[in-house]
Design a protein around this ligand. Structure first.
Ligand code: NAD
Length: 324
């Protein structure tokens, strides 16, 4: 039986990845500060602890793994990353996790670690025109991410690549673009646009309004979590040693995203654009490289993922109401 370890297994993507690897027949150990929030972990073994603590990292690498996935990071939605208030923690915590994980893996003879970087590493200057953002992999340099979260990801990408260069490792790096789906954070300030939109629409009374941050013309693409996992596994098992985008190329404005969710709900709602933290003006995945290198790219329409997410968030709201 193949063995995998998922770091960040209590988080959104990590908990889905554990389930996915279990379905593939793997023995899976998860590690995280916390257990998954919305359902029990499917992991065979779950080590709860702090990856900033090197002893903990050494303890969980007490055996061999066929696949190692490093998804743990201090992260959140626009309300967490872009205010500036959490910058020191974001940089310190995530860098320390990556430093520990790589060093322990190198010392234990583990050759290959998957690392989840982010579209947030791309330069702000290439994302000013909402109609034509440039997120081609090679446009990352000269670097100028719009957040310290992005700078830390860029540092860690380079760290993983340095271990390839100097220690003969074969680390694999994905730049995820806005992953969403059921069992993701949907309230409290760390949720991202699709979940926030689903919650606002599900909470809204018919014939009322929902608030959308900014003028709503900023553009993004959103990738459903199942396709993110498919890309993640394909990349880890490939020979691609450069960072690859894993994202959707279906770019929408934030107002269009809101309207899609409104249409799914069947409610009659008006969008009210208000001031709020924004991030870059436009961002879309560029999938030419992944298509060329993996002979695969995400293809599922945004609408399908939103339907599943809206249904799940509506259920969460109902359960919260029943619980009083
Ligand atoms: P998440 O916040 O749900 O999961 C991250 C997990 O890491 C959390 O469960 C958290 O408890 C854990 N963690 C943080 N600090 C830790 C520590 N010191 N020790 C142990 N565990 C710790 O985030 P996610 O959406 O599942 O994202 C997973 C990875 O993908 C992250 O690295 C994130 O930066 C990256 N990413 C995600 C997206 C996205 O849209 N979700 C986009 C780009 C990149």
């Amino acid at each position: 039986m193949k063995k995998a370890i998922v770091l960040g297994a209590g988080g959104f993507i990590g908990s889905h990845l554990v389930k996915n690897l279990k379905n593939d027949g793997y023995w899976v150990r998860g590690a995280d500060l916390k257990l998954p929030e919305f359902s029990a972990s499917a992991a065979d073994d779950f080590a709860q602890g702090d990856l900033r603590n090197k002893d903990f990292v050494e303890n969980i690498f007490d055996q061999e793994y066929d696949e190692v996935y490093q998804l743990a990071a201090d992260m959140g939605g626009a309300g967490y990353i872009f205010t500036g208030e959490n910058d020191a923690d974001i940089m310190h915590n995530s860098a320390l996790i990556n430093l520990n994980v790589l060093d322990v893996c190198k010392n234990n003879g583990i050759k290959r670690v998957f690392y989840s970087s982010s579209a947030c590493i791309y330069p702000q200057v290439n994302q000013i025109d909402p109609a034509n953002p440039n997120c081609e992999e090679k446009s990352a340099y000269p670097a100028h991410p719009d957040s310290e979260y992005g700078w830390e990801k860029l540092f860690s990408e380079r760290l993983f690549i340095s271990y390839n260069r100097n220690y003969g490792m074969q680390n694999r790096i994905a730049r995820y673009h806005n992953i969403f789906g059921p069992e993701g954070t949907w309230n409290g300030g760390r949720e991202k646009a699709p979940a926030a939109m689903c919650r606002k629409v599900a909470e809204a009374k018919d014939n009322s309004t929902i608030e959308v941050w900014g003028d709503g013309l900023q553009t993004r693409s959103f990738l459903f979590v199942d396709e993110c996992l498919e890309g993640t596994k394909r990349l880890l098992r490939s020979d691609v040693d450069k960072p690859l985008n894993i994202g959707s190329e279906e770019m929408v404005s934030i107002n269009e995203l809101a309207q899609l969710v409104i249409d799914i709900s069947g409610k009659n709602l008006t969008i009210e654009n208000i001031e709020g933290p924004l991030g870059v003006r436009g961002r879309n995945s560029d999938n030419r490289l992944i298509r060329g290198r993996l002979n695969w790219a995400p293809s599922r329409p945004l609408q399908m993922g939103l339907e599943a997410t809206y249904a799940w968030i509506s259920q969460q709201l109902e359960s919260a109401k029943l619980a009083g």
